[in-house]
Design a protein around this ligand. Structure first.
Ligand SMILES: *[C@@H]1O[C@H](CO)[C@@H](O)[C@H](O)[C@H]1NC(C)=O
Length: 312
């Protein structure tokens, strides 16, 4: 299923060596396997971290956070490992003089699927009207626990250029680049305009599976890549989405509809996508913001802008 490119082998070697080296046998990285849970008391680091107002309080989430930083250090001290992402920039005619090692590392980690044994969810038909597939908890998940990660199968980069020259003020001050993860089969890679507009045989463009990491980066998960429950973030629906989708009828103006949407969406949301690893986000995690029961649908808030862009 997956093409083996040099980059792929590299990513695998990198993640395996780092994951293996940073987890001793006393504190296995595998906390939740299919049915069983490793008792938390066997694990280290009981402190809690807070990211963007969300308290992450499970060992798995915290370890991922810390390990992303270790992987970052490793990549920074081994510049040859940044070659795959550099090559993509070159094929996009981006002047790599302008790309800092920090940015290349961040892009490499955001666009990677790491071998995580995180299996707390499954994908099934959504409970929401006209929402297609949705994401469901296969076990109780406590507030603050990492549910899954949002994959960066494709990474949308919106570089802001410094505008120092007055004359350039009227020129395009943003350059947009799409970078593909090494794990994505070359047959699945599409042209940029297809990412934005979709094709006849795909109902939604890939950008409708985008989640914002920060000002520059958004991760896009491919709906066809549904093999790993550690990367199911792109299947979480917005519980208010149907209100936004119905759009504006005669009785309701746009503002009223959006207010109704926001109210519903926030009321039912039980998870949020949170950038992990620091440094502006090295991975996007989906974290429980309420206690979630086994069988519950995982719901996040996409925000009014998402629906405005899609519908109006
Ligand atoms: C995840 O857990 C389910 C049981 O809940 C199991 O059937 C499935 O094979 C597991 N998937 C992976 C990738 O480990």
């Amino acid at each position: 299923m997956h093409a083996t490119s040099p980059g792929n082998a590299l990513a695998a070697a990198l993640t395996h060596s780092i994951l293996a080296s940073s987890f001793g046998s006393a504190c296995a990285f595998i906390i939740h396997t299919s049915q069983t849970s490793v008792p938390r008391s066997h694990c280290c680091c009981a402190t809690q971290i807070s990211i963007g107002g969300i308290d992450i309080n499970d060992d798995f989430g915290m370890q991922l956070h810390v390990n992303l930083q270790k992987m970052r250090d490793d990549l920074l001290s081994n510049p040859s490992k940044l070659k795959p992402i550099k090559q993509q920039h070159e094929s996009n005619d981006v002047d790599d003089e302008e790309l800092s090692p920090d940015a290349l590392v961040q892009e490499t980690l955001l666009s990677s699927r790491l071998p995580l044994k995180l299996n707390r969810t499954r994908v099934a038909d959504s409970n929401l009207p006209d929402a297609g597939r949705g994401l469901f908890a296969t076990q109780d998940i406590a507030k603050g626990e990492l549910i899954t990660c949002y994959p960066g199968d494709a990474l949308l980069c919106e570089y802001k250029e410094d505008i120092t020259d007055e004359e350039e003020l009227f020129q395009d001050d943003e350059s947009e680049v799409i970078l593909w993860g090494d794990h994505v089969d070359s047959n699945d890679i599409v042209e940029d305009d297809e990412v934005f507009d979709g094709t006849d045989d795909t109902s939604a463009p890939l950008v409708s599976y985008a989640a914002t990491v920060n000002d520059v980066y958004s991760v896009m998960g491919m709906p066809s890549l549904d093999y790993d429950p550690a990367y199911y973030g792109h299947f979480a629906n917005d519980g208010g989405g149907h209100i936004a989708l119905e759009g504006v009828d005669e009785a309701m103006g746009v503002e009223e509809m959006l207010a109704l949407y926001v109210e519903k969406s926030i009321e039912v949301a039980n998870a949020r996508h949170v950038p992990l690893g620091g440094y502006g986000g090295l991975h996007l995690g989906t974290v429980a913001i309420k206690d979630i029961k086994k069988g519950d649908e995982i719901l996040v808030t996409y925000g009014p802008e998402y629906w405005m862009d899609l519908n109006f």
